[in-house]
Ligand binder design. Structure first.
Ligand code: KG4
Ligand code: ZN
Length: 340
């Protein structure tokens, strides 16, 4: 596109709308200028994300969020040299809102379009305002939709060494939290309660799946039966032991994740380690990986809390790399719900 070559600065407007957060960010020559996110409270009353309501909320939020991101960045619309959007994976209706909006903007501004993979963006979030990650590095990507160990060879090459066979780590947190009567999303609430509980109080099994893959469905069932059996004997059991139950569930999930991560380090010999995704905000996981890094002399990259959960800054960062590599999308590009 002509305008691509007319602007010497690389200033990208990025839009994230894969699930229930509407985000927009501006990155200019690799420096993040603004990062705005609007969360959707509408899902709380349903105990989970309702896809149709998420699409509608994106429609409501997208213009104010994009507007705010441009204003906060100090850049003019005419400075924008590309528009990026999350292409997938995610909820199709939600992705469609961001994709259509980004396409229209790119057309209106006469600039190229960049389609970004949401998971790659989580993994590249470590480069935001910081270029200290050396390639290749291993990234434990733990979010509400995915759990993977990724070998990042460069900013464009990702090898998935292991992934979940059923639920994601974030779902394990959210679903067990829901069983305990905690509000949605349960992960951060359970984390907070766990901080004043005894992680060794109760034992839950973790799944024995091969290699570097994960499974969390067994834990979900174990917690369900545990609550049912204990509550039959004492209906106030959960209430009386809430902090200890939360701490024990968190301990099970975290030690399982750590076991797989250590196995990946052993198998690859790579000691440049990162964690990312919503669950990388978990205090137990951050403490465990920090401890292990000290013991094993890993170089550890923990994302800032604002870049753990879904945000457009990570989409902007990934788009910046794609721009440099001439990896643009066409107006015919469509979103995808599943990773490919
Ligand atoms: O990355 P993210 O915002 O969205 C997806 O791409 O899925 O991750 C959201 C997930 C939710 O399951 C949420 O409960 C979990 O991240 N999460 C946490 C914490 N903060 C967010 N889980 C455990 N502890 C936390 N502190
Ligand atoms: Zn995400």
């Amino acid at each position: 596109m002509d305008s691509l070559h007319q602007k010497k600065d690389i200033t990208i407007l990025a839009i994230e709308s894969s699930c229930d957060d509407t985000g927009a960010a501006i990155i200019s020559n690799g420096k993040m200028c603004s990062n705005v996110v609007a969360t959707q409270a509408v899902h709380e009353q349903y105990g989970g994300v309702v896809p149709e309501l998420a699409s509608r909320a994106h429609q409501q939020h997208i213009i104010p969020v994009v507007d705010a991101a441009i204003k906060k960045s100090g850049k003019a619309k005419s400075d924008i040299s590309a528009v990026a959007f999350t292409q997938g994976p995610g909820l199709l209706g939600s992705l469609m809102v961001g994709a259509s909006f980004a396409k229209s903007l790119a057309l209106g501004f006469n600039v190229p379009l960049i389609g970004v993979n949401h998971l790659n963006a989580h993994v590249l979030a470590h480069f935001i305002d910081n270029d200290s990650c050396d390639f290749p590095y291993l990234c434990l990507l733990v979010s509400g939709g995915h759990t993977q160990i990724v070998k990042v060879n460069d900013a464009q090459t990702f090898e998935i060494l292991g992934s979940t066979r059923d639920d994601a780590a974030g779902e394990a947190f959210d679903k067990t939290a829901k069983m305990l009567g905690l509000p949605y999303p349960g992960g951060p609430v359970l984390d907070k309660l766990a901080q004043s509980g005894n992680p060794q109080a109760f034992k839950f099994p973790d799944s024995r799946v091969d290699k570097l893959d994960f499974s969390f469905s067994g834990l979900k069932t174990a917690v369900l039966y545990f609550i049912r059996d204990k509550s039959e004997i004492d209906p106030s059991f959960v209430e009386q032991n809430l902090n200890d139950i939360c701490a024990s569930i968190q301990e099970t999930i975290v030690s399982y994740l750590m076991r797989k991560l250590k196995k990946a380090v052993k198998e690859t010999g790579i000691k440049e380690i990162a964690i990312s995704g919503g669950v990388s905000a978990n205090s137990g996981l951050r403490a465990a990986v920090t401890d292990e890094a000290k013991k094993q002399r890993w170089t550890l990259h923990l994302p800032a809390l604002e870049y753990c959960t879904d945000n457009a800054a990570m989409i902007a960062q990934a788009a910046h790399f794609q721009f440099i590599n001439n990896d643009f999308a066409t107006q015919e590009t469509v979103p995808y719900a599943r990773n490919h």
